[in-house]
Write a protein that binds this ligand. Structure first.
Ligand SMILES: *Cc1c(COP(=O)(O)O)cnc(C)c1O
Length: 349
């Protein structure tokens, strides 16, 4: 039975007797064989389907630990700056913990679709005049001033610690690490967490080798590929639209010690990959989550994808969070008269 990551990996987390074991039954997500895309690419391909977490993204893995530790340390409320999956997750765990959650977002850039979750979970959503960096700075300041207000952005170290659980689940299921792990990179926390998780598993003898970590960015927001920050990042993949990654140094180290690589893909390649993943293997992931598949397709096209590798793609978020970008790429429904003849014509039978 699913009990949540604080139960399944209790011994591996910095928990004490006084840490509440919050759970929305996050984690334990399926490692889905992507048979059709795998055949197409000539590799053994799996998708770690983290869009099936309680709020639809991997953010729940870090949030459950961050909020549990905040409660242990006496927090009376949560605060974060976000316009996307972090706010949804913080709001849900705030609700489960029974404490208020404040979400700061840049005014005028309110994507109502992505905020619906934060609102329905009952977060207090505040629009700040200024950009995202300003909102984050304000959240940090507020939390510094008021000790009982816990900041749950990824500057909170427990977030990355909780996210290690995904690497452990993959190894437990495969019996070893895959050859490659390919994932989208925004603030670069997740790639750093995977690296730390795999290193830990190697240390305790659960795996022999570290997988190659391949971090995929969008061309318009690719500071780690370029080697310098991007001031006005732009991409359809909003979850990785980040120009100054908080965990850049850790991510560079992760790629270095695993002989991995950073690569970038265009928005077109991301949206093509999204449609490919859905129509060939039946999984609908949000655009950021499809950057890894786009990256593999690109490597294959350039003759740089060795055959036969065992590869895991991290499908970080659920496609239903951002239906607009998906609908922009598909054939819309045809309209017909309500007669059997009209239907027969469309069915071509
Ligand atoms: C947060 C997020 C990312 C980026 O993860 P980082 O840790 O910021 O690199 C990618 N995809 C989705 C769906 C996300 O929510």
């Amino acid at each position: 039975m699913r009990k949540g990551i604080l139960h399944s990996y209790e011994r591996f987390f910095p928990l004490t007797e006084r840490t509440p074991r919050l759970s929305l039954c996050e984690g334990d997500t399926p490692l889905v064989p992507l048979r059709n895309m795998g055949r197409e690419l000539g590799v053994e391909l799996y998708g770690k389907y983290d869009g099936l977490n309680p709020t639809g993204s991997f953010k729940d893995r870090g949030m459950v630990l961050a909020v549990s530790k905040a409660l242990e340390e006496g927090a009376k409320a949560l605060i974060c700056a976000s316009t996307g999956n972090t706010s949804a997750s913080a709001a849900a765990y705030g609700a489960a913990a029974g404490i208020p959650c404040f979400v700061l977002l840049p005014a005028g850039k309110v994507a109502v679709g992505k905020l619906a979750q934060a609102l329905i979970y009952g977060a207090r959503v505040i629009a700040v005049r200024g950009n995202f960096d300003r909102a984050l700075e304000m959240a940090r300041e507020a939390s510094r001033e008021k000790g009982s207000l816990a900041i749950v952005n990824s500057v909170n170290p427990y977030r990355l610690f909780g996210q290690r659980s995904a690497s452990w689940e993959i190894c437990d299921e495969l019996g070893d690490a895959p050859d490659w792990l390919v994932l989208p990179v925004g603030n670069a926390g997740n790639i750093s967490a995977y690296c730390a998780g795999f290193e830990f598993y190697r240390e305790i003898g659960r795996i022999e080798k570290l997988p190659r970590l391949m971090g995929v960015q969008a061309e318009g927001a690719a500071p780690l590929v370029k080697g310098s920050p991007v001031d006005e990042p732009e991409t359809v993949a909003t979850a990785i639209r980040i120009g100054h990654p908080v965990s850049a140094d850790k991510a560079r180290r992760a790629v270095e010690i695993t002989s991995g690589q950073f690569l970038s893909v265009s928005d077109d390649e991301i949206l093509d990959a999204q449609k490919m993943l859905a129509s060939s293997d039946g999984i609908f992931a949000e655009p950021a989550s499809c950057a890894p598949l786009a990256g593999l397709v690109k490597l294959r096209k350039n003759g740089r994808l060795p055959g036969g590798l065992r590869i895991v793609l991290v499908l970080t978020g659920n496609g239903l969070k951002d239906p607009d970008s998906a609908v922009s790429r598909v054939d819309l429904p045809v309209e017909i008269d309500g007669t059997p003849e009209a239907l027969a014509e469309v069915l071509g039978l």
